[in-house]
Design a protein around this ligand. Structure first.
Ligand SMILES: *Cc1c(COP(=O)(O)O)cnc(C)c1O
Length: 339
């Protein structure tokens, strides 16, 4: 089949590819990986994933290098994070080697959908784990399906790497203080839809959530972690209710390599005033610089970009991480799996 994809026009959305992978857990063990070209699954109407949110997911990317080879970023870290999510909501754990094999197979079989080097586009990989079976009572499922599908996605920033505004709203939380904020489960996303759409209606890229217990500290930005730069220091929240972002973990390492000091600690809202740069980070966009934070309850604004350009440190971190992902810079930490 010939490729007729216009890589430069891709958005961050779903596109049908040739194959996806499924693997079932039944009678206490995982079965063989199955290759499918169907876009639907057949699940029992009483499945726990449908009623009780027993569902977790991952998100990672494959990039085409200058050498034409395909590189997958931090595959093992995503496998381990899905296992943590699984423990958090009592699902069967997908072993790391099987997770990796499923992702590698999905990418290989859909190789024609991996965008070319230099297009800014990449192949988004979405692993899913769902609780199945005929249950009505609230308890963990006996059966699970693990799925990996892929979709080519365009550069997150159509108009270039540009800062966007976010807002603080104290009357919404995405997660409870000792709830599921630290695992990648669908329920956190459902819980964030109302606040997210309100923010978008107000012209904001995201909500910057505060810690759900005291509303004193910064948590994270909906589906992305928060970090700030001040006096050659990379500052990012420590909190039980945020998701440990693999992008953030990577940026922390690169920031240290660049000679920045790294602080991971509770960040009081009052500290927003002192930051030179602020940003969101995650797989989808790598870094989204924050132009301005509007605290809608306190009627205050914190401005980090007046001229519409990202700060120098955000820009440097973004370029460095992107270059490691595409293979332009050395992979010093074994983050990249080359196909
Ligand atoms: C996935 C996710 C992130 C970003 O994690 P990455 O591993 O960097 O993609 C941040 N916050 C939440 C709530 C997430 O679900």
């Amino acid at each position: 089949m010939e490729n007729t994809i216009n890589w430069s026009e891709l958005s961050f959305g779903y596109m049908k590819t040739d194959y996806n992978i499924r693997c079932y857990y039944r009678n206490g063990k995982w079965g063989e990986l199955e290759i499918s070209s169907a876009e639907t699954i057949n699940v029992h109407i009483s499945s726990t994933c449908l009623h009780y949110g027993q569902e977790a997911f991952e998100g990672l990317k494959a990039f085409r290098g200058k050498d034409g080879r395909i590189r997958i970023f931090r595959l093992g870290d995503n496998a381990r994070r899905l296992q943590e999510s699984s423990r958090g909501i009592m699902m069967a754990e997908m072993p790391t080697d099987k997770f990796e094999e499923a992702v590698l197979t999905a990418v290989r079989l859909n190789e024609r959908f991996v965008p070319p080097y230099g297009s800014g586009a990449s192949l988004y990989i979405r692993p899913l784990l769902l609780g199945l079976g005929a249950l009505i009572g609230v308890k963990p499922a006996d059966e699970y399906v693990f799925i990996v599908f892929v979709s080519p996605v365009g550069p997150y920033f159509k108009t270039g790497f540009k800062p966007a505004p976010v807002c603080i709203m104290r009357n919404y939380d995405r997660a409870a203080p000792l709830g599921t904020g630290n695992i990648k489960v669908g329920g956190n996303y459902a819980a964030s839809l109302v606040a997210g759409s309100k923010a978008q209606a107000g012209g904001y890229a995201a909500v910057l959530y505060l810690d759900p217990k005291e509303k004193r500290f910064l948590d994270e930005c909906g589906p992305a972690n928060f970090f700030a730069i001040r006096e050659n220091t990379y500052i990012t929240p420590a909190s039980n209710s945020i998701l440990p972002s693999i992008t953030n973990k990577s940026l922390i390492q690169l920031a240290e390599d660049m000679g920045l000091t790294v602080e991971r600690r509770p960040i009081p809202v009052a500290e927003l005033e002192s930051f030179e740069e602020a940003a969101e980070c995650g797989t989808a966009a790598v870094i989204t610089p924050i132009s301005r934070i509007d605290d809608l309850d306190e009627n205050r604004s914190y401005v980090y970009s007046k001229d519409g350009n990202p700060g120098v440190t955000c820009e440097k971190l973004y370029r460095t991480l992107s270059a490691v992902q595409t293979g332009d810079l050395a992979d010093n930490y074994g983050w990249v799996t080359v196909l």
